[in-house]
Design a binder for this molecule. Sequence first.
Ligand code: NAD
Ligand code: ZN
Length: 358
Amino acid sequence: MNFRNFKMVDYMVYGKGCFAQLDAILAPHRMPNAPIVFFLDHYFDGDNAMKARIPLRDNDVIISADVTHEPKTGYIDELADHIKSTLGTVSGIVGIGGGSTLDIAKAVSIMMTNPGKAQDYQGWDLVKNKAVYKVGIPTLSGTGAEVSRTTVLTGPTRKLGMNSDFTPFNQIVLDPELIANAPSHQRFYTGMDCFIHCVESLTGTYINQFSRSYGEKAQALCEEVFLHEDAWTAESDEKLMMASYAGGMSIAYSQVGVAHAISYGLSYLLGTKHGIGNCIVFNHLHEFYPQGVDIFHKMVDKHNIPTPQGICASLSDQDIETMMNVSLGLAPLWENALGTDWKNLMTADRLYSLYRKL
Ligand code: NAD
Ligand code: ZN
């Protein structure tokens, strides 16, 4: 048996208001004549108070991260080329935002030191060189992107992460105050990503005590905030932030499953966002995750958040086939969900009819 030797985030600071320590955290990593680039989620474009809190020094720059669409490999190349040509060497890259902005920060820091294009590194362990120092600061919680060893990118032929030991952040700053103002729909969809990570991890064939310990706690926290509590409080933000972290740790040493495998196809073809896409799929996965889907339906009802239906109804068979190909390319997800015999269990006909239901 070959046990995976897992690379984790190097440093983590947690607590309400800890964002204020960013200047001191960055200071020892500053090199002469090498600025720090801050990717700030475009949600904060007009937010001067947020910008004023970013500890700019010397030639540091803030770049607005355009997350209208989930990050594409072409956008990563564009950003890395822009930074190389305008700033040369940088001391670090900081991502402040939702999962998309965190992934942009991870991917650009990899492309600062690796030749070729971002699409060349979509896959497992293809990145060759250490990335530049990178910091992740979530303003939404749920994806677990703050702890994962991947950065999910849509490329010319597939939606697939750069999974590597060079991908995790060197530092994360978990300040629950930063997620406090997220609108309830966005908070719910991103929060459900975490809930689904837990269900897929805990019921998968890759489960082990490391992943179970984190997954059970994360799922319990999701249920506390989305099912049992009647009002959203500052404590709920703290719980959701830790659920995201623990959910990410759970899948880090196991894997996600059917909802993710199918929703990757949706976002590849239709551009469906990850959180809502997972909800659209999970809604129909009772045969795979009966308990999890029942709880999900209760949370949807309690929060009165719509799960879109019929998004595949008017698609051509060719479109469905494109999504099936993306989905079936994610072998580890299927193997985790269904076991080593997954190819016989998830036949083309079965997957086709699952997509048609959505
Ligand atoms: P997101 O980053 O795509 O952001 C969704 C929207 O919320 C955007 O419009 C953004 O501008 C806005 N936003 C960000 N912070 C906000 C705040 N505080 N208040 C209000 N709006 C805010 O959403 P997400 O669900 O956090 O992330 C989804 C992305 O994460 C996808 O691109 C997905 O592929 C990726 N992902 C990555 C991993 C990983 O391990 N790397 C895991 C899961 C998902
Ligand atoms: Zn996810």
